[in-house]
Design a protein. Sequence first.
Length: 572
Amino acid sequence: MTMVLATGAVCAPQRAAAQTLSGTVTTVDGGRAAGPSVLVVLDEQQIERARVVVNAGSRFAVPLPAGRYRLRVLRVGFAPFDAGSITLPEAGTTVSIRWQGVPVALPQVITRERQNCDLTRAQGATLAVVWEQIGTALGVTNDAPATPREFERYAFVRRLDADGRVVRGITQQRTRGTSINSYRAWDADSLALHGYLHEDETGSTFYAPTASTLISPSFLRTHCFELVDRPDGNRDRLIVRFEPASPRDRVVDIAGSFWVDRRTARLDSVQFRYVGLPAFVSETQARGSVHFAQLSDGSWFIPQWTLRMPRIGARERRSSDNLRRTTFALEERAVAEVQEEGGVVLAAETPGTPPYHAVLPTLRMRFDRRAEWFSAARVSVKGTDIDTPIDSAGRTVIPVPQGRYDVVLRFPFGRAEGAGDIVPWALATAVATRTDTGDDRLRTPTGDQLLKHLCGAEPARLRQAAVWGIVTDSLGKPIPGAAVSAKWVSSVRLPTTKRGDRLSATTHEAQSVTGPTGHFILCGVPRAQFVVEAVAGDPREPWEGVTRPVLDDDSRFEAAGRVVVKPRLAGK
């Protein structure tokens, strides 16, 4: 299963034998650059003949046949500006437009208008005003910047459960480079004809729209649009909802909504879902979003996007009772899991303008009690290689895409040969967001719980404990692969003259090795004093170290401290 983003032509089809209309758009109060905007060219019948982006340097050029035209300038947040009429000669011409911006006023109350199913001929006064702002933002987003920008991007692919709620796995990548467009593109006319899903013997390919797709004539002619209020009554945003004009058999299309800031008239995002998929695929399993933002020079770009795609598998069959009868579903296929791809622009830099910076959402967690073993443990996201240390206050922060994650506690302890790996301790399901600065509370495992989990011991029945520590050299560098042992004696028997026996005792030893970070754990040690020895390096010239922890009846999972190994002295 793959994903491709789509694009299409911005300009309407034009007649042949074109001249060039070029020029600049500057402000009326001093000739400053008007900023990224769109120049619309209308013929004498007020039919749109061309639409071209005026770049951040205020320049434009558009091929047109000779004739008489009327010019309009569109800029996000401002009412359309009538730049007057011109006559374009056979040799072409250059014009200078002095733009005067009048802030647009979007309605505070939505007046119900009929659904419009061809925005190339927009009807309904309110919808036309709002759509002009949306189309302007999409047009300048699709345009190449006058000065190349350097982007730092974060991209990810996530595996989620079938409900799309909990993350099962994630791969991440950060890249940096100069690019005009943020993502790959696809032809909008082909999407209008064949739909947004293509299936063949190699798998399923989902397509998603880019800015130019959403303002292409083929998209506007094949979808119906309606201006609505938010269902929760919040009037900070206007919503333009869209859906396919006529559903088609075996063709997957998209439906969704544009979200517009009512105060500034700026396009905030496009949320969409796939329609025409099998009935067992829910809306939450096949959807996407594209967000929009402005840089300090006024140019627009896509700072964040996501796309969810269902992975289809065979429906699980199971017995319905103990009579060996089997229940079969009418639909033999089901969503096995959801795959989500996305990206975030972390930085965008253009020479001569302040840089743009963004941060990833974070998992913010804090244990409810402090513990010595925080320095040895790490908190990990289940199903991924993402992990992070725990500070002395019990806090940990993990930058990840927004969503719900199962987090676990990992201990990097080495184990004796044949002891097997240490199973991570399940902590909780945490939520990563951009805005939440509070910490999710994590319950700190008790010493009895860790003793049972890490060593399989039952503290209530056996007077056992465990110690952990780290082996380093004299400079503090951790030593992985060192052999560590705890030694102690019990059942000491004193000699007696009556029987003529000798002094005797029972000796015990617990063994382990250090892990990649130099940490070790020794299970089954007594709640008393004993010796911990560490040996590293070449057996012929070993490095050795020793420490003597002292435990008591309350000890369960205790720190043995640092064991410093040094070269064995000659003759010893």
